[in-house]
Design a protein around this ligand. Structure first.
Ligand code: DX5
Ligand code: ZN
Length: 229
């Protein structure tokens, strides 16, 4: 997995057909997804439950791009090896999930994955100041985590602060929650390069009409074009 700051669209399969993940992943990749975002929820850190490591391992053979696994679980550390074994390329833990995020990031990299830190809307950018050398991605939540389809919360000033703190380091800024053609330009202008989108990618489409996914992704991508120039 090489580093670049081009805009990447990472559809969240939280909005896919839960009876048909293999074909859904193939459809979004064929239609131009750059990464595949997998939302792991434990019913404890967030009030919803989704996938465990066995499900994520079953998704792996279908993902030809980058498998981006967002853990909304606490604790994190006992499960790091299981998600490495499941084949995660990027494993992101919430800074709010426990007292030892520094150790968690070391363990994620130690298990051979890229290490991400996610920040809830109430957590300031400065919380990652002493973690950046251990980090490959900072995920700025623009909703309170737990559900797809929520209203975007503007975190532009946090993203700008992070962009300045990161400087030339090879660290992605990912935005997660309420990203659509209206909000995408705001976050890209502030410095984001990975755009997670669930409802805005999957709405109106299906594996039988995958061109809708492609059109939805094109709308998000084209809304961001030229924003950085
Ligand atoms: C929220 C998840 C998101 C979510 C995004 O807890 O982390 O990835 O699926 O969904 P939308 O794009 O519908 O806000
Ligand atoms: Zn997510």
């Amino acid at each position: 997995m090489s580093f670049d700051r081009n805009i990447k669209i990472a559809p969240s399969i939280l909005s896919a057909d839960f009876a048909n993940f293999g074909q859904e992943i193939q459809a979004i990749e064929a239609q131009g997804a750059d990464w595949v975002h997998i939302d792991v929820m434990d019913g404890h850190f967030v009030p919803n439950l989704t996938f465990g490591p066995m499900a994520v391992k079953a998704f792996r053979p279908h993902v030809k791009t980058v498998m981006d696994v967002h853990l909304m679980i606490a604790p994190v550390d006992p499960y790091i090896d299981a998600y490495a074994d499941a084949g995660a390329d990027v494993l992101t833990a919430h800074i709010e999930a426990g007292p030892h995020i520094h150790r968690t990031l070391q363990a994620i990299r130690g298990a051979g994955m890229k290490a991400g830190i996610a920040l809830n809307p109430g957590t300031p950018a400065e919380a990652v100041a002493h973690l950046l050398d251990l980090t490959d991605l900072v995920c700025v939540m623009t909703v309170n985590p737990g559900f797809g389809g929520q209203k975007f919360i503007d975190m532009s000033s946090k993203i700008r602060n992070l962009r300045a703190m990161i400087g030339d380091r090879p660290i992605h800024i990912e935005i997660d929650g309420g990203v659509d053609p209206t909000t995408a330009p705001l976050v890209v202008e502030a410095g984001a390069d990975v755009l997670v989108a669930g409802s805005a990618v999957f709405k109106g489409g299906s594996v039988d009409s995958p061109e809708v996914y492609g059109e939805n992704m094109r709308k998000i991508r084209s809304a961001t074009q030229g924003v950085w120039a």
